[in-house]
Design a protein around this ligand. Structure first.
Ligand SMILES: [Mg+2]
Length: 176
């Protein structure tokens, strides 16, 4: 695993399957900063058990996603990465832990951020490791790249893909 601050550090070799997370990896919502989830959990846990706190935070999160327009993170650097993927004859896919029932709103968020992608290349799964393996088995590129802002996702993918030629990046944007 390599820790990175932006996409410029991602090296795309020819014929690579590049799988990017969505929230806080390529797009962000301004009312939710880096520690938003953790802070909200702590807040709700003052008067609730952890299960209820998780549910309440999830509801808050969904409510924000329903009304707020997201922003593309590091736009120039992102578009540059997309160009490198195209020029190296590689394939871009998105893999989010959002529930699949959020497909329509997710495609809308991507459109609002001017991210051009075939809806068939947007995937939903949590945990992510098994899904990455499935996508790789289906597309058989030479190499795989996986990028996510959550350590547990990166670790799950690394574990599941330990026998494969994969480069995992943990991204931590400065302007989140
Ligand atoms: Mg994320």
């Amino acid at each position: 695993m390599k820790k990175i601050k932006n996409y410029d550090e991602i090296i795309v070799e020819p014929n690579t399957l590049v799988i990017l997370d969505i929230d806080n990896t390529i797009i962000k919502f301004n009312s939710m900063g880096k520690t938003w989830w953790k802070d909200r959990i702590e807040y709700y846990q003052r008067h609730n058990d952890i299960k209820t706190a998780n549910k309440l935070v999830y509801d808050d999160w969904k409510a924000i996603l329903d009304i707020e327009t997201p922003e593309l993170l590091d736009g120039n650097s992102f578009h540059d990465l997309v160009k490198r993927i195209e020029l190296s004859n590689s394939k871009l896919m998105l893999l989010t832990a959002r529930d699949i029932s959020m497909n329509d709103i997710t495609l809308n968020h991507l459109k609002e951020c001017d991210i051009q992608i075939n809806p068939e290349d947007v995937h939903y799964s949590y945990p992510k490791g098994k899904k990455v393996k499935e996508l790789y088995e289906k597309h058989k590129c030479n190499k795989i790249i996986f990028v996510d802002d959550h350590l547990d996702n990166v670790e799950d993918v690394e574990l599941e893909m330990k026998d494969y030629d994969i480069n995992c990046y943990l991204i931590d944007h400065e302007n989140l």
